[in-house]
Write a protein that binds this ligand. Sequence first.
Ligand code: FEO
Ligand code: CA
Ligand code: CA
Length: 667
Amino acid sequence: MAKHDLDPNYLDPNYEPVVNHTENTPFHQVLAARMQRRTVMKGSVGAALASVMGLGLAGCGSDSDDSTTSSNVSSTDIGFKAVPTSTANEVVVPEGYSSETFLPWGTPITGSYPEYKPDGTNTGAEQEQQVGMHHDGVHFFPIDQKAGGNSSTEGLLVMNHEYIAQGALHANGATYVNDMRPADEVRKEIAAHGVSVVHIKRDTNGKWDIVFGSPFNRRITGNTEMDVRGPVRGYSKLITKYSPDATETRGTLNNCAMGPTPWGTYLAAEENWHGYFANSDESQPREQTRHGVGSSSRYDWELADSAEDQYVRFNVSTIGATAADDYRNEANTYGYMVEIDPFTPESKPQKRTALGRFGHEGVIFAPVKEGEPVVCYSGDDSRFEYIYKFVSSKPYYAATAGGYLLDEGTLYVARFNDDGSGDWLSLDLDDAEFKAKVDAAVGTTVGDVAFDGFENQADVLLNTRLAADIAGATPMDRPEWGAVDPNSGQVYFTLTNNSRRTEEQVNAANPNANNRTGHIIRWSEQGNDHTATSFDWDIFVFAGEQGTETVVDDEVIVSLTDDNIFNSPDGLWFDYNGRLWIQTDGSDAAPYQNNMMLAANPETREIKRFFVGPVGCEVTGVVSTPDVKTMFVNIQHPDGNWPDSNDPRPRDATVIVTKDDGGIIGA
Ligand code: FEO
Ligand code: CA
Ligand code: CA
C-alpha cells in the first residue's frame, strides 16, 4: 500500500539517491600519472587503500595567530585507555568514566509536560511538547553566554531530531485507512521532527535535570512558522498558497548536524528534505530533480485524511491555476540552514538562503575576528556532492553581530586539485569567471539538466548544486560534519563513504574506488586567512580495519589497530581544548561492531576509541560544557529496547559522559 514500496531503499536511513549525474572530475585523467598513489592490501578481505600524497601544510601548528588560539588551550594528548569494540546493547566508556542517559525521545519539556506513554499512544499535540525522535547535532549554550559568561553547570541544550521510526512512534506503526493516513499520526510525525531547546541545570550532586517551567524550553517542529531570508527571499519560485510573496514557510525537516553561530544562535541543517515531498507531475523542475524528489514521499504525509494545508503542502504537484493556489514550490522553501535563537523563545526561525540550498549536513564557523567577514563551511552529504564556504559581505563586530551577517555574502564551492592545492570557486553571478562559465553552459546539458541559464542570483542559490556543477567543483565521498581546529585553524571534514565511486571517478581528494569506510580530509586556508580563495589540503586519516595505513611522504603516519579501527566517520567536533572527536555511522558488522566515538590528537594523529553505542545505533552529535567536564553524546536509531530494557520501544537519547574524578574528558 505504501507508495514508498516502489523504492525499497527509501526507508533505509542511510539511503542517499545519486543525483549528481555530471562528470565533474576535471583532474582525474591526469591524476593517475601525477599522484603518488600506493595501494595497501589487507588480508583476504583485500581492502584496497590508497595512501595520501606527501603534502606540506601551510599555516598549521605554531604560526597560528592570536584570533585562532584560545587562551585556555591545553595539551591535546589522548589520556584514557581505549575501549574495545562492542556488540553489547549498552554504552561503553573507558575506565574511570561514567555515562547516563538523558532526554530520551518523548520526554516532556514544555506546555503541560505530557507524560511519555510507552504504549505509543501519545497524541500529536503531546509530541509537540515532548523531545523529538532521532537525536542528532547538539550544542550546549551556557545560560550566561549573552552576558559574556561561561557556565558549565546551567545552559540551553539545543538538539536536532533528524527523522523518525514510525514503528516506535505509534502504537501500531504507520496506519492507512482507504489509502489515507490518520491526520493525527501525521501531526505526531511532523512534531517528532525539528529541534528541541531544553534548559538544563546540574545540581550539587552533579546530576543534570530539566528546568521545569523555564520559558526557554521550546519545540520547533516540521510545522513551525519560519521566515525566508537572504537573496532567495521574495523570489517567484518560492511563491506558495501560504506565502504569495515568497517570504515565509512552515517547518524544518531532516535536521542532521548544526552549527552554533559566533553570536549565540543555532543553525539547524536541512539534509534529506527531498524525501518528504511527492510530485506526480509528468515532469519535474530542476529544483527537485537535482535532489531526488519523487512521485511518492517517505512517510506519505500528503496522504493525511485532512484538507488542512499543513498536510496538503507536502504534495508539490501542480494542482492550482497558479503557484499561489497550490504547493508546487513548497520544496523550494527547504534545503537551507535555519537560524534559531534559543535565548529568545518567541523568535521566529530564519532560513538563511545565502548559504545555499542543498543537502546541508551541518555548518562550522571559522573563528571570528573583529572587523572582518564571517566565514562558515557546509558539506552536502550525498554521493558526489560538494563542500561549500560562505564569506559574509559585512564585517563582524561582537557588539552588533547577528543573523543579518548571513544574508549577504559570497558562496564558494571547493575544488581539490591533485597537487594538494585547492581553490574556492565563486558561485556569484557578479564574479566574471563564474558568469563566463554559466554563459558557456547555456544550451548544454549539465548532468541531466538541459541548462537554459539562471534568472538571477536567487535562482543560482536555489539551484546551488547545479551552479557548483557548472563552476567545476570536486565531487566528494559524501561530506558530513566539519570542524575547525581551535589551535591551528585547519578545517576538517568527514567523507563518510561512497561505494558508488568507480576507478575512473577517483580524484586525489577521494582516492578510493568503492570507498566503503571513508576518510577525513583537512585543509589550511592560504595565509591561515579563512576568507582566502585558495588552500592546501591533505588527508588526516583513512578509516578501515586493522592495518589500514595513512601514508605521508612514504612514511606510515597512522596504522589502525584494535584500539581505533572505525568506519564511516560522520560526526566531527573539536572540543574547547583542541581534541578532535570522531563519530561513526557505518557498518556494525565485524570487525567494527557497534558504532562508536573516538578521540584524536590533531598534531600526532593518535586516535583512540572512547565510546561505543548500543546495538543498531549511529553515534551522532557531541558537545561539552565549556570546562569539558560534562559531555553530551547523542544516540540515534538504537535497536531493541535501549535504553530501558522494560520499555518495548527503542528511544533515541542523549548520553551524559563524565570522568569519575571530575576531570577533563579525554585528558
Ligand atoms: Fe544525516 Fe548525512 O547524515
Ligand atoms: Ca550525519
Ligand atoms: Ca551518516
